[in-house]
Design a protein around this ligand. Structure first.
Ligand code: A2P
Length: 273
């Protein structure tokens, strides 16, 4: 449904829908920890996006409309739209969003955008997707898109969290992907998942920047150090993580790209507060 309209909602009398947004229905919710959850909404038939992009989402009936940028975690071919969200205590949007239920309405602005897209990278042999926390969301889209495997021989998804339980979304994603009828074969052959934890015991411990600096990441994967000839990078996480990872990739000789000028790495912050 679009434009100025109303639509009944479970538990409330009616929902006000501002113009310029899609009003979509929540179809699925999964809570992972007291800080993280995933939800899916119906997909408007006219909505097109590129895997890796983000949109602004909000909730109806708020006193003041609050929208936040959310990476779309589902691939461009999916019939639903998936998001992976943090729950921020007193966060203007997530405080309410964390309480949504199946059947509720979520508002989504019509225009997707973003730089974590295959088009913003030059061709290469290997693509690294560096993520921390909910920064894995755009990569959950890209690793489910056959185009990613057509463009790169090897796809390396790193995910670093404070605690082991926070890795669950990525672990489920990769497990399900390997069984997926569309991309399962490609994912089994080309995708490598490298989870790490910083504040609890885990087989691989430490920040991804430290694991690159020490060479452990490359030794564990059995690949050479990152080089501008072979490797491409995509980065999504907190501001500090983006800054440090970007610096590191520049140290390896990679050059930042954009939609207008593709390069050897791209950056997007995980926006939500
Ligand atoms: P650490 O536990 O050492 O801070 P956050 O929830 O704060 O965004 O952190 C998510 C993960 O990202 C944590 O494992 C955290 O490690 C790591 N991290 C935080 N800052 C950086 C950074 N500047 N570079 C690399 N990793 C970082």
């Amino acid at each position: 449904m679009q434009g100025n309209a109303t639509r009944p909602q479970i538990g409330t009398a009616e929902v006000h829908i501002p113009s310029g947004v899609f009003a979509e229905t929540v179809t699925e919710i999964q809570h992972y920890t007291d800080r993280l959850f995933r939800f899916r909404i119906s997909r408007p038939p006219s909505f097109r996006f590129r895997s890796g992009e983000f949109v602004m989402i909000g909730l109806p009936n708020a006193e003041r409309q609050v929208y936040r940028a959310y990476s779309i975690a589902s691939p461009a071919w999916d019939e639903q739209i998936e998001f992976f969200s943090i729950k921020v205590p007193d966060g203007p949007l997530t405080e309410h969003l964390r309480k949504i239920r199946v059947g509720d309405t979520v508002l989504m602005r019509k225009k997707p955008t973003g730089t974590l897209v295959n088009d913003a990278l030059l061709p290469g042999r290997r693509v690294y997707m560096f993520s921390t926390g909910t920064g894995i969301a755009p990569f959950a889209s890209l690793v489910r898109d056959p185009e990613t495997y057509e463009k790169f021989d090897e796809v390396i998804l790193t995910h670093t969290c404070r605690e082991v339980a926070e890795l669950a979304y990525g672990v489920e994603l990769v497990r399900d992907l390997r069984e997926d009828p569309l991309v399962g074969d490609m994912a089994r052959r080309q995708l490598r998942h490298y989870p790490t934890v910083t504040r609890e015991p885990f087989p691989v411990m430490g920040r991804i920047t430290d694991l690159m600096a020490s060479g452990k990441l490359f030794a564990d994967l059995g690949v050479p150090r990152i080089s501008p000839e072979e490797d491409r990078g995509m980065i999504c996480g907190s501001m500090a993580m983006l800054r440090d990872t970007k610096e590191m990739l520049e140290g390896f000789g990679l050059i930042e790209g954009s939609n207008a000028q593709p390069g050897s790495f791209v950056v997007e912050r995980a926006f939500v507060d």
